[in-house]
Design a protein around this ligand. Structure first.
Ligand code: FAD
Length: 549
């Protein structure tokens, strides 16, 4: 770990931040560089980038970077009427840097439509479809700030569907891969508009960090040279260098305390030895992600907040959105060697806003990639007619270097019944109520994914792939994009926080991460999570200077 200041838990710091992920890291950097004393409590460990492993088993089966269901089990059900079963349903990064360490690095801005879709499209029966209390124009300076502060590679103006921007990307796009070339040529034939994928991966050295070494382990892995712009590699070192920010690891927060005046006084947590501790703070910021932030609010219930902290609206945990996703595979006769370099290099947004005449709501993007490591490929990415045993199976495995896929990323509608709640029976290794995930895709979400799957098949056929096959479109039961469970809004009756991320019910409590989302966007939410965090930090710092925190 980098050298840093340490505070006593009994010392009242200006801000305690729960979680050091995509949002928490940005807030820590911004508030500490603005002169405030900050403690970040992170339940996971500090893993030095040089210790990141390329070992697939360590990553996927031993949970080196992610939440471990053996310690923190989860329950899952489709609807509130069902009995939940113990099931691993939510995956997130559980280490310093959170999900920004192991994510794939696709970094799309939201478009203007994403913030005002309810006004443009009208209501969608049975959903909580709503406008955001801010617009793309409000967030644009912060999207630019993210790109330049942490280092994003891309080509401004390359997509005719891009929203307006005030500055180009600081770094050129990554070199195109075989999948990108095949996708691009086929998409052009069909009159579509592929463009270089904007990535949170440095295509060249930037601000003292190394550029990408094309090792081929981005998706689900950590970057040992720090070229992936995780909070660990980008903003957290800057926060520590201020001498005002402590990142306290293996600190599992289980309660935000409130005094009789209804103000937050700090947070209770278990330290690395599972001993109870309490960190005092003038204000509390929760950036624990779209699942754990809601769970922490529910765990913090008290006589003044019997349904959970900051939950007078009853909206905490509700409207969980996870983005639709599907894959269409193709095997070619020649080697593509897709296991090298970044996961994907070309994307298209021609279907970002789908025609309402299709009869359902939705939109999304398609990228060309092959993110599967070898074991994942052998177990999960073969066509349905491929042999599963013996020499014939072995022959099929040789197609690893000749396979690619088109991945579709799509909207998911906010349904009140899709939620994070506390399971009444299941407990984690600390004796706390486990998270219960309730999730059922809206029919429009499934129709959107089917539509994008069909377009992907057409593109791969236009690429003259000898073999094309699609994963079945089915109800999702694993979530990696965790959005919307403490939504922002102007009305305290229908939302949890205001547009400055301040809880409507508690004046010195702020929630800022994927949970703040009102609608889902089209996949790749982290760019917007970090733009919101930069904006929130500005608003919170200004309010603190005015004595309004
Ligand atoms: C395999 C994979 C690939 C992905 N690829 C992409 C991609 O290409 N593009 C994209 O936009 N998104 C991607 N994502 C999603 C991305 O990782 C998340 O959107 C992003 O990290 C969420 O940011 P956040 O700040 O909301 O939370 P996180 O980054 O999850 O940070 C939350 C932090 O809080 C900590 N925490 C939680 N609870 C507590 C507690 N009680 N006490 C203390 N600490 C706590 C966690 O350990 C974590 O470090 C991917 C996700 C996965 C799993």
């Amino acid at each position: 770990m980098n050298p840093q200041i340490t505070y006593k838990p009994s010392e009242e710091v200006d801000f305690v931040i729960v979680g050091s992920g995509a949002a928490g890291g940005v807030l820590a950097k911004e508030l500490s560089t603005a002169g405030f004393k900050v403690v970040v409590l992170e339940q996971g460990r500090w893993i030095d980038p040089s210790d990141f492993s390329h070992d697939e088993i360590t990553i996927t089966n031993e949970f080196q970077l992610t939440n471990n269901p053996r310690q923190q089990p989860q329950a899952f059900r489709r609807t509130p009427q069902d009995k939940a079963q113990k099931q691993f349903a939510v995956i997130y990064g559980r280490l310093v840097g959170g999900g920004s360490v192991h994510f794939t690095g696709n970094f799309w801005r939201f478009h203007e439509i994403d913030f005002v879709e309810r006004s443009r499209r009208g209501t969608i029966a049975g959903t909580g479809f709503a406008d955001w209390p801010l617009t793309y124009a409000d967030l644009e300076p912060y999207y630019t700030k993210v790109e330049w502060e942490i280092g994003i590679s891309g080509l401004a103006g390359a997509s005719p569907f891009d929203p307006p921007r005030s500055k180009p990307y600081p770094l050129p796009p990554m070199p195109v891969k075989s999948s990108g070339v095949l996708f691009e040529r086929a998409a052009w034939k069909l009159g579509l508009h592929p463009f270089p994928a904007p990535l949170a991966i440095l295509s060249q050295p930037y601000r003292g960090r190394a550029g990408c070494i094309h090792c081929g382990r981005c998706e689900a892995f950590g970057c040992e040279v720090g070229a992936k712009t995780s909070s660990l590699a980008s903003v957290i070192p800057v926060a520590q260098q201020t001498g005002r920010c402590e990142i306290r690891t293996e600190s599992y927060v289980h309660r935000v305390e409130i005094n009789q005046q209804g103000r937050a006084t700090g947070v209770a947590y278990f330290d690395a030895h599972r001993q109870p501790q309490f960190q005092k703070a003038r204000a509390v910021i929760v950036s624990a992600n779209g699942a754990e932030t809601a769970r922490l609010m529910l765990l913090s219930r008290s006589p003044s907040f019997p349904q959970g902290l900051a939950n007078s609206s009853g909206m905490v945990g509700k409207h969980l959105m996870i983005n639709g996703y599907t894959e269409v595979f193709a095997t070619f006769d020649e080697p593509l060697n897709e296991f090298k370099s970044v996961t994907d290099t070309r994307v298209l947004h021609d279907f970002y806003e789908m025609d309402p005449k299709l009869g359902f709501y939705g939109g999304g993007g398609i990228d060309a990639r092959f993110g599967y490591p070898p074991i994942g490929f052998a177990l999960g990415a073969l066509p349905p007619d491929a042999p599963r045993w013996g020499k014939a199976y072995k022959n099929w495995l040789a197609s690893y270097s000749r396979t690619m896929l088109l991945a579709s990323h799509a909207t998911s509608l906010p349904l009140e019944t899709n939620s994070i709640s506390l399971d009444p029976e299941l407990k984690d290794a600390w004796g706390l109520p486990a998270m219960c995930v309730t999730y059922k895709d809206h029919p429009d979400d499934l129709n959107t994914v089917r539509y994008l799957r069909d377009r992907s098949i057409e593109i791969l056929q236009a690429a003259k792939a000898p073999k094309v096959w699609a994963a079945p479109v089915q109800e999702q039961s694993i979530a990696v994009h965790l959005l919307g469970t403490c939504r922002m809004g102007n009305d305290p009756k229908t939302s949890v926080i205001n547009s400055d991320h301040r809880a409507h019910d508690v004046p010195n409590l702020f929630l800022c991460d994927g949970s703040s989302f009102v609608t889902s966007g089209r996949g790749q939410p982290t760019m917007t999570i970090q733009a919101l965090a930069f904006r929130a930090a500005d608003r919170i710092a200004a309010a603190a200077r005015r004595g309004e925190v």
